[in-house]
Structures are given as C-alpha cells and as structure tokens.
Ligand binder design. Sequence first.
Ligand SMILES: Cc1cc2nc3c(=O)[nH]c(=O)nc-3n(C[C@H](O)[C@H](O)[C@H](O)COP(=O)(O)OP(=O)(O)OC[C@H]3O[C@@H](n4cnc5c(N)ncnc54)[C@H](O)[C@@H]3O)c2cc1C
Ligand SMILES: NC(=O)c1ccc[n+]([C@@H]2O[C@H](COP(=O)([O-])OP(=O)(O)OC[C@H]3O[C@@H](n4cnc5c(N)ncnc54)[C@H](O)[C@@H]3O)[C@@H](O)[C@H]2O)c1
Length: 460
Amino acid sequence: MRKFDAIIIGTGQAGPPLATSLAGKGQKVAIIEKSDLGGTCVNTGCTPTKAYVASARRAFVARNSEEHGIYIEGDVQIDLKKIKARKDKLVSESHQGLEKMLQGEKNISLIRGKATFLDDHSIEVNGENFFAEKIFINVGGRPRVPEEFKTVDYLTNRTMLELEEIPEELVIVGGGYVSLEFAQMFSRFGSKVTILERGDQLMKKEDDDIAEAVTEIIKNSGIKVLLNSNCIKAEKESGRIAVIYNCEEGSKKIMTSHLLLAVGRVPNTDDLGLEKTGVELDESGFIKVNDGLQTSVSHIWALGDCNREGAFTHTAYNDFQIVNSQLFEERKRKLSDRHLCYAAYIDPPLARVGLNEKQIRKKGIKAKVAEMPMSQIARAKEKGETFGKLKIFIDAETDKILGATFLGTGADEFIHTVLDQLYAGASYQVIRDAVHIHPTVSELIPTMLENLKDPVENRT
Ligand SMILES: Cc1cc2nc3c(=O)[nH]c(=O)nc-3n(C[C@H](O)[C@H](O)[C@H](O)COP(=O)(O)OP(=O)(O)OC[C@H]3O[C@@H](n4cnc5c(N)ncnc54)[C@H](O)[C@@H]3O)c2cc1C
Ligand SMILES: NC(=O)c1ccc[n+]([C@@H]2O[C@H](COP(=O)([O-])OP(=O)(O)OC[C@H]3O[C@@H](n4cnc5c(N)ncnc54)[C@H](O)[C@@H]3O)[C@@H](O)[C@H]2O)c1
C-alpha cells in the first residue's frame, strides 16, 4: 500500500491546481488520470471547440464581407485537416504544460490509470493500492448516449473533433450548448445541418425572447431547426443513418451521413467504486456536496462537473479555489458565494450572469429591467453586427443587480461589466453613473440603465 497525504482523482480543471497547492505546502500528493491529461476542457471541450469556432468565423467573414467592400473571387476553401492540426497543436501545448507542471514538483506523483475506491481511505489503480488521509474527486463527465442511438455510428463532441473530412450532412440531436456550437461551425464549414430538439425552444433555460433570437441566428446560418421532436431514434439504412422522429404525429425520417448526439452529460461516478464508501450520490449519479464541497464523508471532497454545482471550466476552477481556501486560507470561500455565469460561443455569442426573467418570475422577486437592441448601438452598426439584444435585471426594492443576459457581438467579454458589480453587491447606479469608452458596446450599458422599465412581472 502506497501512502500519501492526499489523493486526487482526475486532472481536469480543479485537480492540477489543487495538487500544486497541496504539494507546495509540503504534502505528498498522488494525482491519478486514466486518459489524456487536462480532461474535457483541454482535450474535447473548450479549447478545441473554440479553436474551431474561430476557424468557422474566419470562413464566414471571408464569404460575407462584400457589404464592407471586401470580397473574394471564387469560393472559400475549407481544409478540415488543417483546422484539426491547429487544434491538435493547441491541445498538445496544453498537455505538455500540464505534464511539466505535475512532473516538475517533487511532492506530486502522477499515476496513469483508472482509480476505483476500495474504502473511504483507499484506492486501487492498475492492481496497486493507495492510501490517503484526504481524497479529492475531480472525475468530470462524459456525453449521455440514449439507448435509441446505440446501434448506429453516432458522433460525440470527442469524435466530431477527430473528423478529417467535412460531413456532407449532419443531424444533431439536442439543442443546447454542444449542439449549437457544433451546428454553426460545421454549417460554416459547409455541412448541411439539422437540429432535432425535443423541447419547445433551443437553449431551454433562457428567456423566450432570447431563445427565439438564438433560433433566428441558427436558422440564418442555414441550419434547419426542428423543435418539439419526440421519440427520436436512429437506425442503420443502406449504409447511411436514418433518424426517425415524431412517432406521435406520424413518424418522420431524415437520412444522414453523420449524427451527433448532444443531449447532455453524465458524471463519471458509476464505475468509481463509490458504493464501497459513504459518499452519497443524487438520483442522477452526481456527488452530493456541502457549501465547502465536502461529500457525505468529511475527508472526501468532490470538485467540478461531477458535483452538479456547475458544468463549466470556470466553475470547476472555482471549486479548487473554494476547497483550497477551506483548507488553507483565513478567508473561507463558499459555493453559495458564486454567481452563475456562462457564455455559449455561437456567433454572436450569448452571455449570462445571475438571474434571467424566467427565474425572477419563478422566485417572485419585484424587479425592473433595462433593455436595448444591438441595432441601436453605434459600435455594432460600425461593425455591421447589429443582431441581438441586451437585458439587465435590477431588484426593485434594493436597486441591486440581479442578473443580465447579453446576446451580441463581444457579449462574452462585456458581460463582465455587470458580473463584477454583481459580486460587489453594488447598486445599478454605480454602472449607470460610470463613463464608458466610445465607441464600444459597453458604453450603452450606463445609458440603458437610465431607462428602467416596468416590473418584470407586469410585462406580457
Ligand atoms: C464540447 C464542449 C465544449 C465546452 N466548452 C466550454 C466552454 O467554452 N467554456 C466552459 O466553461 N466550459 C465548457 N465546457 C465544459 C467544460 O469542459 C467542463 O465543465 C470542464 O472540463 C469540467 O472540468 P472537470 O475538472 O470537472 O472535469 P474534466 O475536465 O472532465 O476532467 C475529469 C478527468 O478525470 C478523469 N477521470 C475520470 N474518472 C477517472 C478515474 N476513475 N480514474 C482516473 N481518472 C479519471 C478523466 O479522464 C478526466 O481527465 C465544454 C464541454 C464540452 C463537452
Ligand atoms: N460554451 C460553454 O460553456 C459550453 C459549450 C459546450 C458544452 N458546455 C457544457 O456541456 C454541458 C453539456 O452540453 P449539452 O449541449 O450536451 O447539454 P445541454 O443540457 O445544454 O442540452 C441538451 C439538450 O438536449 C435535449 N435533449 C435531451 N435528450 C434529448 C433527446 N432524447 N432527444 C432530443 N433532445 C434531447 C435537451 O432538451 C437539451 O435542450 C453543458 O451543460 C455545458 O455545461 C458548455
């Protein structure tokens, strides 16, 4: 039995910084990884998809700049092998950096293999047993694959990023982040894309007006969107894939060369041996944690996607910050201090922080709203990118900011104007009275806050 002060399972977004911190304090750490170093974000998530989104945008701009007086004679050529090679280089640089960081620290042992719990303190990897006083689970998740698709050669976010030829046709099941990002990029690469979503809107958590605007963006990208599609399944047919749907209204069928499943993710907790520990899971297999990310066994913590408290890289990294502060810092950070925030990297991007209109109504909060269409913003007009809108919600009783949804060019960056004030607990008047730089989209945020509209609940 090899003994350590701490064992970390997984090298995603929380494990490596935690390993470095523990090791820096003189603790002996084993960090275990069964697959590629860096986890989902680095290998099959954020880094590769945002690299592809950037290539897809270049193609779009090259094809659509005549209005700006710029045009290309002939057709724009897309080389997916080169796009992939650029992505592979970015991923490989990340691996190398991470490997160097972990191998370069004498108190860290990097163990390659699959970890399974033997009991509350011990873990087995490749037939060898490891013991530690403290254990940190950072095992992430994987794409959900419903039974109805298991007999065909479906793609996931991982295999999509291994393709070297652009699919002629691409049917995507699901209408969330993974779907929309891949749909727009592959449509821009030249695939004929169809999205089948079982719900009545894309991006199901967003306000209706925002979801409608997102759908318009997606449709304007030449993508077919089929909402309210029920009982979707796939079968092999004549060397192609038949996607069958709408059994209730009389079944329909789409034939396709490629099928991407983007129907959510499941946590990697089912084969971790957790039944041999006192660690409790919820009904979907996510690990239950308290405000300091301890599981039901106090010396075992769960960080990142496997605890259902966030499903993003920034939330996984914040989980590291919370645990680190709970262990070592005077100022104890907590899960409940975190405000929800994210961006979907469609073009233009959708960015969110805090509450939206749907959530405000549900909570029964008295709120005011400031709204502005991107078409009224000088910088957006100058860029020729006027699609989208900005919404900020203010608590009518305290004047504090409740949240914002921004859809428009650069929204993933300028949402932070609101985000930081939300953390500061400031009144909206702080932003209203600030002087912002001209010409930016941000300069209209103070202006829109001069015109707060009716309480949200009174609007139709
Ligand atoms: C296509 C796609 C695009 C995304 N884009 C964004 C984005 O733009 N912005 C954003 O914020 N988020 C994005 N995300 C989400 C983001 O990737 C995840 O939230 C983040 O990677 C979660 O990090 P994590 O540390 O919890 O887990 P992971 O990064 O998944 O790491 C878990 C690690 O644990 C390892 N592991 C699992 N089980 C074991 C075991 N038993 N033994 C040993 N090792 C094990 C895995 O191999 C993996 O390396 C995207 C996700 C996808 C799928
Ligand atoms: N930009 C980003 O930050 C980013 C990008 C990609 C992924 N992610 C992360 O990855 C996670 C997973 O993304 P995702 O898009 O797979 O999941 P999601 O939960 O965002 O969307 C899944 C969609 O699939 C639909 N669906 C589920 N089962 C279905 C079925 N059988 N038939 C038809 N539709 C079905 C759901 O109604 C939902 O709209 C996200 O929660 C997010 O945290 C983040």
